[in-house]
Design a protein around this ligand. Structure first.
Ligand code: SAM
Length: 274
């Protein structure tokens, strides 16, 4: 089993490091305004001590720093390459505002009862043991502190026009593959009960829509880029027929002047009991 007990390894992504960084950037920035709105509605406020778990290359970290000018942000990630990228991009930030932690979410080495707010974006779908991770995050939150998990659910990933006919069955296979490796691409539907089972109270949930008419189509093209699926074809998760069909429909989508798409993200919030 992978020591990180998760299914995401930056070095292994099929599209390569630079393309993956660009994809993560577009995906993080497209959703930020609405995610920030919802984070505020869940109680995020300037001056709070904020933990970002699985902060990766730091695109969301940068937004948090911009929007919370009096907050101390701790960015935690297990991947040293991604942490270095984030450190490089945010090297103008004083340590009083930004701390980095190279650790796993299962064992953060952070102090008890320290943070007011924790955010985990697109991390939990990769975790072998989400409950254990949520319990560790609860340990470092102050009583009354909040955890917000932002994640997807492949069963309701969104919609795209012109439709990629083979996409739903391929996404189902990818979800099965992720499950066989210990992750969960259908985690969205289970977030409220997962928070409750790990001891959080006042659980709430919202959905965020990223739409190409609002954010531009380019970011969506990156999400459905055929190269992201090449690895799954090579290791037999999807068939040659599915790959060829996807390629054809993707070309049709990418070159259609009328192409549009939307993707759904889920935000679930729980409070550490006082
Ligand atoms: C899909 S990326 C999301 C990055 C960022 N949160 C975003 O929304 O763009 C998942 C991140 O989780 C990190 N990760 C995976 N397993 C982890 C673990 N056990 N502990 C901490 N971080 C982990 C990865 O290194 C990666 O940076």
């Amino acid at each position: 089993m992978d020591a990180r007990h998760s299914t995401y390894t930056f070095q292994d992504v099929p599209i390569g490091a630079e393309a993956e960084l660009q994809r993560l950037k577009e995906q993080a920035l497209m959703g930020w305004e609405k995610e920030h709105r919802t984070l505020k509605s869940f109680g995020l406020a300037d001056g709070m001590k904020v933990l970002e778990v699985g902060s990766g290359p730091g695109f969301v970290t940068e937004k948090l720093l911009d929007n919370l000018p009096h907050s101390e942000i701790t960015a935690l990630d297990i991947d040293d390459v991604l942490l270095e990228k984030a450190k490089h991009m945010l090297n103008h930030m004083p340590e009083s505002r930004l701390k980095f932690s190279h650790a796993s979410v299962y064992n953060t080495n952070l102090p008890d009862n320290y943070f007011d707010f924790a955010i985990a974006r697109l991390l939990f779908l990769h975790l072998h043991n989400p409950l254990e991770a949520a319990i560790e995050i609860m340990r470092v939150l102050k009583p009354g502190g909040k955890l917000v998990i932002i994640d997807i659910d492949e069963g309701v990933f969104g919609a795209i026009q012109p439709e990629l006919d083979v996409l739903p069955s391929i996404l189902k296979k990818l979800a099965q593959r992720q499950a066989s490796r210990g992750g969960n691409r259908n985690i969205g539907r289970s977030l409220p009960r997962m928070l409750t089972h790990s001891g959080f109270t006042d659980v709430d949930m919202d959905a965020i829509v990223q739409h190409s008419d609002l954010h531009g189509i380019e970011g969506f093209k990156k999400q459905f880029d055929i190269n992201r699926f090449a690895g799954f074809y090579k290791n037999g998760v999807i068939t040659q027929h599915e790959y060829d069909e996807l390629n054809k429909s993707y070309e049709n989508f990418a070159h259609s002047p009328d192409a549009h798409a939307m993707m759904l993200f889920f935000m679930a919030c729980g409070t550490k009991p006082v």
